[in-house]
Design a binder for this molecule. Sequence first.
Ligand code: NHR
Ligand code: GAR
Length: 217
Amino acid sequence: MSKLPVVVLISGGGTNLQAIIDAAKENLPVEIKAVISNKANAYGLERARRADIPVAILEHRQFSDRESFDAALAGLIDSYQPQLVLLAGFMRILTPGFVRHYHGRMLNIHPSLLPDFQGLHTHQRALEAEVKKHGASIHFVTEELDGGPIIVQASVPVLPGDDAETLAARVLEKEHIIYPLAVRWFAQGRLSLNDRDQIVLDGKVLDTPVQLEQIPA
Ligand code: NHR
Ligand code: GAR
């Protein structure tokens, strides 16, 4: 199968990026054209270099406002002509114009069972809310922060004695499964957003997100 050109945006450690790199080495039909970070010291850049993927750094601090940063970011992304843009631990809120430009072709991984715990510090907030179940979600990125249509989720138990770190690690393991999975569906042409902003998977409108636990092995 022909490979889908993708660009991955990161800000940090890049373990989700690594999961995509590893899956692409196996049989995920994507070619990572570039990894772009808004942080020069993001460890994920090292992972990309090690995999011979071009890297670029665009520091938001060098720009006077969000609009000009996003304009430069879009120019950089588009120079690689991706058909899909992946936010993988990318920590900057994106402007409406930027998000519209990539409508239906930009995904994010968010470390909670959306719509619960949108925004930052999700694990700490889940602990404080004393939820029994926590997890991660893959969604199409829309103007509404962490509010775009949800494709797939995976859940984990919150265990006695958990702190934000132990809980984050349990969630991260699931992230590394569901991100390559959603990217695979998109690359295979099985996943899209229709003109009513509904998810279409295998020709059917998805009414509720796919739950990893419900996918037959
Ligand atoms: N942009 C839009 N328009 N829509 C979404 O759904 C987005 C987005 C940009 C990033 C990822 C998101 C997450 O999964 C994401 C989804 C950063 C912040 C944030 O508050 C919030 C949510 C997400 C990413 N960032 C601060 C800001 O001022 C900076 C925080 C920092 O640098 O540590 O941009 O959680
Ligand atoms: C992941 O848990 C991801 O879901 C989360 O940051 C971590 C990045 O890890 N994303 C956000 O919080 C977005 N605001 P990684 O760099 O190892 O993939």
